[in-house]
Design a protein around this ligand. Sequence first.
Ligand SMILES: Nc1ncnc2c1ncn2[C@@H]1O[C@H](COP(=O)(O)OP(=O)(O)OP(=O)(O)O)[C@@H](O)[C@H]1O
Ligand SMILES: C[C@@](O)(CCOP(=O)(O)O)CC(=O)O
Length: 425
Amino acid sequence: MSVAVSAPGKVLLVGGYLVLDKSYSGLVFGLSARIHTISTISTSETGAIVVRSPQFSNATWTYTLSSSENGVSVKHVTDKSSSNNTFVETTIRYVLSYLSLPKIPSSEITILADNDYYSQPTSAVPLQRFSNQNVPLSSAHKTGLGSSAALVTSLTTCLLQTYSPAPLQLSTPSYLTKIHNLSQVAHCVAQGKVGSGFDVAAAVFGSCVYRRFSPSILQALPEANTPRFSQELREAVDLSWDVGIEKTKIPKGVRVVMGDVDCGSSTPGMVKRVLAWRESEKEAAGEQWDELERVNRGLIDLLGQLSESSHDDVRKQILDIRKNIRAMGVAAGVPIEPEEQTKLLDAVSTGVPGVLGGVVPGAGGYDAVAFIIKDDEETVTALKEFLAKWDDGKVKALETREEQEGVRVEQMKQYEGFGNYLKLS
Ligand SMILES: Nc1ncnc2c1ncn2[C@@H]1O[C@H](COP(=O)(O)OP(=O)(O)OP(=O)(O)O)[C@@H](O)[C@H]1O
Ligand SMILES: C[C@@](O)(CCOP(=O)(O)O)CC(=O)O
């Protein structure tokens, strides 16, 4: 029997940087662009998991598995053409160690990512779903939708559904919390640091107002496969975390449109510099963050009770947020809303009727822009046409839009046309 799961990407509309500190919050929307993982238990005797990501070249990873009292040892079988996939390997190691099964049947897992995760070449004909990128994963141009968090969450859930001794329902709140905690652990270990985790939260719970968990929950965990690893992992995951998730959704009548700026900024470098500034200018930075939190919360409240008559208030609130973000950027010496992005956001906000405003989402920089617009075809078309003419078409509107739902079990039928990618049972 095959099991399929998908988890959404994210856009952190407001709260970049602040959300790293538990005293502040971020508004994150889950996106319709999802990463799917489909598993099939295989008949092979040896305990092994073969993972394929068939939209990319040389993207097959084989792992042999063996159980011990220190957790499940997961070894990547390498050959000449293979590369590592730390996110996949770590997720398998942590989920199977969490389950601590004495015997682990072999399985095959296929990863399929919606097209919006990668900048696509301009094409006269519509792309097929899960289009083939024809390049190794390392050369794909990511659009910044949080592919690793969606992948880790989707794979964690797929492994739990495949290997848990008792069948589980994703509608059970305690099970979703377990998926969240385990996915956060695996994602942090794989990326080598404890981030705020808003991307994993969106992948699990969908759109929400997010407040981070205390990093100390994870910092105390022993290394994988050392004494007490399995027990302590289980204890940490089953603990009640001090994370804040207030589910939310975009109000009726408006939608989010993402613009992919095929360029890119180094998020870790920007985070380091903003946090160093905050440390060195404690008082001024504290005041600035409190003010940003106030205006961010203002937008969250406005969106919570939106009507046609409050569109102008949303416009003003977004401008206020941007003014504060630019001030933080100047004070920290980090181009969070760089001049080029300011020009673009201003031009779209004033030049395209139906656009309520736009921001540089997440860490900002040159990566992406996100717009809140009226949810009608006319506005979407006008925005796309405007972007196509801007700076030689460097900014492309993505097809994805906000979506409320987080991780979910998928019906197998939808993959039937993808026989070139996977065999179903
Ligand atoms: N389709 C996929 N197949 C297999 N592995 C994937 C896939 N997509 C993402 N990954 C894993 O996630 C890693 C990319 O993670 P990274 O954090 O660099 O990007 P991201 O999460 O998309 O970034 P951002 O948070 O800026 O959106 C890849 O190196 C790979 O390990
Ligand atoms: C800067 C930060 O607050 C947001 C980064 O968001 P993004 O990866 O640019 O979408 C970092 C974090 O929250 O982990």
